[in-house]
Design a binder for this molecule. Structure first.
Ligand SMILES: [Zn+2]
Length: 269
């Protein structure tokens, strides 16, 4: 048997964009209009300036701009996590979470490291304030899910052969179980130059595929974390799902969904 994504989908595609500048408006709409989901990592200390007409998204437009996407932390002031004290970092992250949750009315448990910098101490603080995953800037150029969601290395930055990697992903080799393509960047990299060609071409290429789950970072983290908590009978024929998330497997004979709390016969293999 093999694990598959929700409803039997074989692959997942996700995006992660940092800093919350006004060019997110166009990027969020581009993804939304193609049935895709992204995660936007925001600095709440910058959002306030948005009210005064800066290059950042304003608090008042937050829900509208990011509708259908995930909003996540990036630190209140975008301070370098490995330079400041543990206490300062705790406030950077805790206050960012609190403000974002107040503005959205939703739980915010995702993050990306400001400047991509982190350490074991930084991870410890982030977990302490309830962060469940955090993205780095270290590209893997492959489609394996992360070994550790607190060091979630993306597949690529959008400047790193995006279209070619997209082709590879569409043809992802069979040995990939739960293949994931994770693209990151900043919308100002398109916005300031005015050149949106590459990301638009990528989104067009990847849209509307029947075997791709278009999901936010948090949805993928929740799903794969649930997969890793599945329990099996000694002969491997029964799978018990102790989590709050439905988990799907392909047994070769068909698709099986184990709902939360359910034990399912998954057959010989
Ligand atoms: Zn940043």
């Amino acid at each position: 048997m093999k694990f598959v994504y929700p409803r039997g989908l074989r692959k997942a595609l996700t995006f992660s964009y940092d800093d919350g500048q006004i060019f997110d408006r166009r990027l969020a709409e581009l993804l939304r209009s193609h049935g895709m989901k992204g995660t936007f990592h925001l600095n709440t200390g910058c959002l306030e300036q948005g009210e005064r007409g800066s290059c950042y998204i304003a608090e008042g437009e937050l829900k509208r701009v990011y509708e259908g996407h995930e909003i996540a932390c990036h630190g209140v002031q975008h301070r370098n996590p490995t330079t400041i004290t543990k206490h300062q970092l705790l406030l950077e992250l805790q206050e960012d979470r609190k403000t974002l949750e107040k503005l959205t009315g939703e739980m915010v448990q995702g993050m990306s490291y400001a400047f991509g910098n982190y350490s074991p101490e930084v991870i410890d603080v982030a977990k302490t304030v309830g962060i469940k995953y955090s993205r780095t800037v270290n590209s893997t150029h492959n489609f394996f899910p992360p070994a550790d969601f607190m060091q979630w290395h993306p597949t690529c930055h959008h400047d790193e052969g995006l279209l070619e990697l997209g082709d590879c992903f569409l043809d992802a080799a069979e040995y990939y179980e739960l293949p994931l393509m994770y693209v990151w960047g900043h919308s100002f990299e398109f916005g300031r130059s005015g050149d949106w060609t590459a990301i638009e071409a990528f989104v067009e290429k990847m849209a509307g595929k029947e075997d791709i789950w278009y999901a936010s970072n948090m949805e993928i983290c929740n799903y794969i974390s649930a997969v890793r908590q599945q329990e099996f009978s000694a002969d491997g024929m029964i799978m018990y799902n102790p989590t709050a998330v439905s988990v799907w497997v392909n047994t070769g004979e068909g698709l099986t969904e184990a709902k939360p709390g359910e034990a399912k016969y998954i057959g010989e293999h």
